[in-house]
Design a protein around this ligand. Structure first.
Ligand SMILES: [Zn+2]
Length: 85
């Protein structure tokens, strides 16, 4: 299985990326991309944001990613690996 790929978009005043783009984990949506706001920024419609450990190749994101408003997936991203809740 191929390793998931991650993209970091935007840069805040401190040089930190604002967004993480990741392959959607909902079954049946291959190729779809989902996006979350990284702390300390809050950019999305619901004002939610996530902590990132700074690892670009194998990121850890906390708390769990609730993509239910977007694609329906909810789970964890730890050391670059997805786990469905
Ligand atoms: Zn998604």
């Amino acid at each position: 299985m191929a390793e998931p790929t991650f993209a970091f978009l935007g840069t805040d005043a401190e040089g930190r990326p604002k967004w993480l783009v990741f392959p959607c984990q909902r079954p049946g949506q291959p190729g779809e991309q989902c996006q979350i706001a990284l702390r300390p920024s809050q950019h999305n419609a619901v004002g939610a944001s996530w902590a990132w450990d700074g690892n670009r190749d194998a990121p850890t994101i906390t708390p769990s990613i609730d993509c239910s408003r977007v694609c329906g997936w909810h789970g964890w991203l730890t050391a670059g690996q997805f786990r469905t809740a």
